[in-house]
Design a protein around this ligand. Sequence first.
Ligand code: C5J
Length: 221
Amino acid sequence: MPTISARPCNFDFDPQTTALVVIDMQRDFIEQGGFGASLGNDVTRLQAIVPTVQRLIEGFRAADMPVIHTRECHLPDLSDCPDFKRDRGNPSLRIGDQGPMGRLLIRGEPGADIIDAVKPIAGENVIDKPGKGAFYATDFARILQRHHSQHLVFAGVTTEVCVQTTMREANDRGYHCLLARDATESYFAEFKQATIEMIEAQGGIVGFTTTTDQILEALGG
Ligand code: C5J
């Protein structure tokens, strides 16, 4: 079985049962004028990882391994958005409000779409999720079953929110999880660092971490 050099131990994987999960690389989190910026965050931190995420995606595509994308977004009538989620953080614009890229975090609006640099290609699954975790109220589990996935490599934003939540959900469901440290980012450097430490602690309590180079090398790229 191929192996990826990782922390705290190497990640053995079968290319036939391994998928890349790219979390929420959406305009609303990464571009000015979106949801992330409306909460006062510096979105340039997230923009910095785009070329690395792109490289990772291309590596999976070249190896003919599945790439699954997620988007955090809500139905236009907000029936899947708890009131507290709209109100929290005292944002300058709330979820569902009209912004420069359409209604914030609403399914089908330009801001909820994935940024051009890492856009899904034909045949790749895109999971629209109302929560932070990709399993909640989505078809994610069914899609993973269809791909026969048992090993999941994670990238995307933000590290301590949707990436970590999904990774923990996947770990509890029996998937082997690996985070690409340089293909994920947070608005808060210390939260990213803490998340990596949490994942690696106690023998890899919710998975493993590594770099994009190590992953691509193991994929033969
Ligand atoms: C956040 C996410 N940070 N995709 N969402 O609200 O991590």
